[in-house]
Design a protein around this ligand. Structure first.
Ligand code: SF4
Length: 258
């Protein structure tokens, strides 16, 4: 079993699924999105990043399953009160050793702690099949319905993203779809319509759709890693609201943020 690196553990998160959650940020991602909020999550190995006060810090360390379970158990009372739990995120949680992930999820759930997985969908289908048995819900990113655009902007085609979404749907997993909105790139009426029609044509059932307007939080971190930041445009509130109305024709449970 390969023990993954973790670059952050965030308690009391309200953005990683229902209720108050402990988000475990695994290090390593197969994609290279230039708008990534956590570019220090992209490499699988530890790396140096300059801190905001100018010091050099090593990002990423390994945790045993016992350590992560102990960390999560600190907040059981808050999970119970809020309907929360633990979310595996990153980076790309599903690109980590699936034996480790499944064992961690099993341990948490045996203690009555809900487990969610945040994923970009680019991971082995066998890993999704295995994790679906140990996961209460998936936060599933769909960035671009167009394969060429997906490849151009993330570094990989969306073929596996769509295949694994269909797979999780066939396994009756609880899926919250997350759509980052990059103004002018995936916010047009026709792009949203194509996305919704693909989902409906393939019978995808969703517990919710979260629209996530781009923000520039990751730019500073790119610079602190010695990489060139790229700025995108945030859609206006009017554009985002129109997209919400458009999506609601297909899936009523659509919210901005999440
Ligand atoms: S999929 Fe997520 S973690 Fe990976 S590079 Fe893109 S935004 Fe960053």
């Amino acid at each position: 079993m390969r023990v993954p690196y973790v670059f952050n553990i965030q308690r009391f998160s309200v953005h990683d699924g229902p209720g108050l959650r402990t988000a475990i940020f695994f290090k390593g991602c197969p994609l290279r999105c230039p708008w990534c909020h956590n570019p220090e999550s992209q490499a699988f190995e530890p790396e140096l990043m300059t801190s905001p006060d100018g010091a050099s810090e090593l990002v990423g360390r390994q945790y045993s399953i016992d350590e992560l379970v102990a960390e999560a158990e600190r907040d059981v009372m808050f999970y119970d009160q809020s309907g929360g739990g633990v979310t595996f995120t990153g980076g790309e949680a599903m690109a980590q050793d699936v034996g480790y992930l499944a064992a961690l999820a099993r341990r948490l759930r045996s203690r009555g702690i809900s487990v969610g997985v945040d994923t970009c969908g680019v991971a082995a289908s066998a890993a999704f099949t295995r994790m679906a048995e140990q996961t209460d819900f998936f936060l599933y990113d769909l960035k671009f319905i167009d394969a060429a655009q997906h490849r151009a902007l993330t570094g990989a085609s969306n073929a596996l993203v769509l295949k694994n979404l269909e797979l999780l749907n066939s396994l009756e997993a609880v899926i919250y779809l997350r759509m980052i909105l990059l103004d002018g790139l995936n916010t047009g009426w026709d792009v949203i319509e194509d996305t919704m029609l693909w989902l409906k044509t393939h019978g995808i059932k969703l517990a919710g759709v979260n629209l996530l307007p781009y923000h520039r939080f990751g730019m500073d971190k790119f610079a602190r890693l010695g990489r060139e930041p790229v700025e995108f445009r945030t859609p206006s509130p009017e554009t985002t609201h129109k997209i919400q109305q458009q999506v609601a024709r297909f899936y009523e449970c659509v919210t901005i943020g999440g």
